[in-house]
Design a binder for this molecule. Structure first.
Ligand code: SAH
Ligand code: TRP
Length: 325
């Protein structure tokens, strides 16, 4: 029995994180329409809020994905003989336990690598997993999966988890780049288990982000608090309304913040003043919904062959097992 402490590789330390946030904020807030990368929601507070969101009654995605994983974990580990389980955007790594336990039962799993931009979420998940599974070597990479995939350790029989529909928070070109970059650090025969939200009725998709208690709104506004703290900005956070809409052309749910009055924001750290007109929108995230054919083609273009397609029994979410060729 192994019982080592988790190891950490910090690719995005405080300083580099602030530098990246600053560059994104300048690019996004001076653009028209204004936008921010959803990656910046996840400071310690944001990661905690996100964990609550996954349990909201209307947020069907986490439950649907967990049901699929519970039903197919044994097949996944048998098909991959997973030795090293890697998880991108791992967060609390809760659903991951289904695969870890199946991998242990199957007898091949030895190592887990969590990869997340949120150091606090990663530290807490790594501690939990390593206490719960003393036989598992746990490694954590604090990094941006659009930049630091080279931090993934080489090893045999790797299985990469990318769950929660997080791939849908990337825009199409960034998605293609991430999948190609991932393929480049994998070896032929390694596998990817990818969770994606499916196109379903707009009301269901939108309601996942419109909870009556305003928890999702608080999460959405958290990005402004992050900017206030990290960049010395003065966003009046409560003056922004949480807006959710379905964009049928792009097939994504858009999360936005709407200025309820004319607002001038100063970003102290970058010496920048940003005017918001009353009613002006800031896009903070897209959450793309997929069709089987589309995501299969995107995976194929990046060098992955889809071997399994497992939709949940409401057809609102699917998990796909793909192989690097
Ligand atoms: N996998 C979990 C969490 C999904 S939320 C689940 O299915 O519930 C998205 C996660 O990805 C968060 O933990 C967030 O911190 C992380 N994340 C977002 N953008 C990232 C990026 N660019 N690089 C690495 N992690 C990122
Ligand atoms: N991957 C999740 C999704 O797109 C991220 C998410 C969940 C999210 N709830 C959110 C993003 C609320 C912004 C706001 O569903």
């Amino acid at each position: 029995m192994l019982s080592e402490r988790p190891t950490f590789d910090v690719r995005l330390g405080a300083e580099e994180r602030t530098r990246a946030l600053r560059a994104d904020a300048v690019a996004g807030l001076t653009a028209s329409p204004k936008w921010l990368r959803p990656t910046w929601f996840y400071d310690a507070h944001g990661s905690m809020l996100f964990d609550e969101l996954t349990r909201l009654p209307g947020y069907y995605l986490t439950r649907a994905e967990a049901a699929v994983l519970a039903g197919h974990a044994a097949e996944v580990v048998a098909a991959t003989d997973v030795h090293t389980l890697i998880e991108l955007g791992s967060g609390a790594s809760t659903k991951t336990r289904l695969i870890i336990e199946a991998g242990h039962e199957h007898g091949t799993l030895r190592r887990f690598v969590g990869f997340d931009v949120s150091e606090s979420a990663l530290a807490s998940a790594a501690a939990t997993l390593s206490a719960r599974y003393p036989w598992l070597a746990v490694h954590a990479v604090v990094g941006d999966f659009t930049r630091h995939l080279d931090a993934l350790p080489a090893d045999r029989n790797r299985l990469v988890l990318f769950l929660g529909g997080t791939i849908g928070n990337l825009l199409p070109p960034d998605r293609a780049q991430l999948l190609c970059g991932l393929r480049a650090v994998l070896a032929a025969g390694d596998a990817l288990l990818l969770g994606v939200g499916l196109v379903t009725d707009p009301d269901t998709m939108v309601r996942a982000y419109r909870d009556p208690d305003g928890r999702t709104a608080e999460f959405n506004r958290n990005v402004l608090r992050v900017l206030n703290r990290a960049l010395g900005a003065d966003f009046p956070v409560e003056a922004f309304d949480h807006v959710v809409r379905w964009d049928a052309e792009h097939e994504w749910v858009q999360l936005l913040l709407r200025a309820t009055r004319a607002i001038t924001v100063t970003l102290g750290a970058v010496d920048l003043t940003i005017p918001f007109a009353s009613g002006e929108l800031l896009c903070t995230a897209v959450s793309t919904r997929f069709h089987r054919a589309g995501i299969t083609a995107e995976l194929a273009a990046a060098g992955f062959t889809v071997e399994q397609w497992w939709p949940d029994d409401t057809d609102r979410f699917a998990v796909t097992l793909a192989r690097a060729r």
